[in-house]
Design a protein around this ligand. Structure first.
Ligand SMILES: [Fe+2]
Ligand SMILES: [Fe+2]
Length: 384
């Protein structure tokens, strides 16, 4: 390849590397590794604007320049290039007379070109230096400008990536806080619910993780979905907030008509989360999963559950997993109207109800990992 083509191929390579950079270090590394050769300079420096200072962040040169040093923006050439938003070309540093030259006295530099990074509102500058006079040729200036322009785009990209990541993190924190707030609302209404919420969340994750190991569920239950199941599970009974105290807190078994009211908590929960979705004017995987679980955790495999009487795989996997977690916890927990059943008995009841209340494939996996459920129940029992 003739040298000119070789150079333009190398410039393309540098441009590509900078465009793909995920952080500032990667941008500077790309410049350090190839800019000097591309321009035919004896030194390259990468300078960042740091408030009122120029910070010489990186360099590649035949002799030391100013790496790691800071100079006031008013008294350095890179600062001048940044403040003016203009390219500075000096063919003989000791004869130019426009700028103080003290900083160059102990360096090899005799001529230079400095290009601001992002001409309007510069964020830095890239300098090229020569140990001979008249180093900067029109070609080298043009190439340095191209490199600086690419660095500007790359730095903007990096800033955007960073602020996106921060916004994502903030949204995730707000979501977690909202779940806790909503779940604790349910908890203040019904003291039994608090521990129940925490335990079911862990049962759900244990069962979902065991299902992940089965090929049939591996795709459906990705790590992300399992995490979302875990996080949205606390909202499964959120609809209980809408159940009157006389029914929710009744010390004893519910009359049939009271039970009908209690059953509405599945629809109420679904509606509450759907309202949240409407306020967001779009759904998120988290909200749609939470809504699904609230709506379907009382459906039964044989179609006799509520509120919609869904059957078999019409019931979403989250609802089917939650059904097992929910019933197991109810069985092994004492209520005013019933004692707690021992773990083994609760497991037997669930196994017997396989294909009736519960998805048989899920019950199979549950029966294998049932000891984990027992552990969780013990760990999150009252008083812990
Ligand atoms: Fe429920
Ligand atoms: Fe529940």
């Amino acid at each position: 390849m003739p040298p000119m083509q070789l150079t333009s191929a190398c410039i393309e390579d540098l441009v590509l590397k900078m465009s793909m950079a995920r952080d500032l270090d990667e941008i500077m590394t790309a410049v350090r590794q190839s800019a000097r050769d591309l321009i035919g300079a004896d030194g390259i420096s990468f300078v960042l604007k740091d408030n009122d200072c120029c910070y010489y962040a990186d360099e590649d040169a035949i002799g030391p320049l100013w790496k790691g040093q800071r100079f006031p923006i008013q008294s350095c050439l890179s600062g001048f290039a940044m403040l003016q938003g203009k390219v500075v070309v000096i063919n003989d540093i000791f004869r130019d007379g426009r700028f103080p030259i003290d900083a160059y006295a102990n360096t090899f530099v005799k001529s230079l070109v400095i290009v601001p990074v992002r001409q309007d509102d510069p964020v830095g500058a890239i300098g090229a230096y020569w140990s001979k006079l008249d180093g900067p040729s029109p070609e080298s200036i043009e190439r340095l400008e191209r490199i600086a322009n690419t660095a500007a785009v790359a730095m903007t990209n990096v800033a955007l990536i960073k602020s996106l990541a921060a916004a994502k993190e903030e949204a995730a924190q707000a979501r977690d806080a909202m779940i806790l707030a909503m779940a604790s609302l349910a908890e203040t209404r019904d003291h039994e619910t608090g521990d129940h919420i925490r335990r079911t969340q862990h049962y759900v994750r244990a069962l979902a993780e065991a299902l992940q190991e089965q090929e049939a569920y591996a795709e459906q239950l990705s790590d992300e979905v399992v995490d979302l199941l875990y996080k949205s599970a606390p909202l499964h009974d959120i609809g209980k907030v809408g159940i009157p105290d006389c029914i929710l807190l009744k010390p004893g078994k519910l009359e049939p008509e009271e039970f009908e009211v209690m059953k509405t908590h599945a629809e109420l929960g679904h509606a509450a989360i759907a309202t949240a979705e409407r306020y967001m004017s779009s759904t998120t995987p988290f909200l749609s999963l939470a809504k699904e679980i609230a709506h379907t955790h009382h459906e039964k495999w044989n179609g006799t559950g509520y509120p919609r009487g869904l059957k078999g795989e019409e019931i979403p996997i989250g609802g089917r997993i939650m059904a097992i977690a929910d019933v197991y916890d109810a069985l092994v927990s004492a209520r005013i109207y019933k004692p707690a059943l021992p773990h083994e008995e609760a497991v037997d009841i669930i196994i017997k109800d396989s294909g009736e209340h519960f998805d048989p494939k899920l019950v199979q996996v549950f029966s294998k990992i049932a000891p984990k459920f027992e552990e969780i129940h013990r760990a999150f029992a009252k008083g812990h």
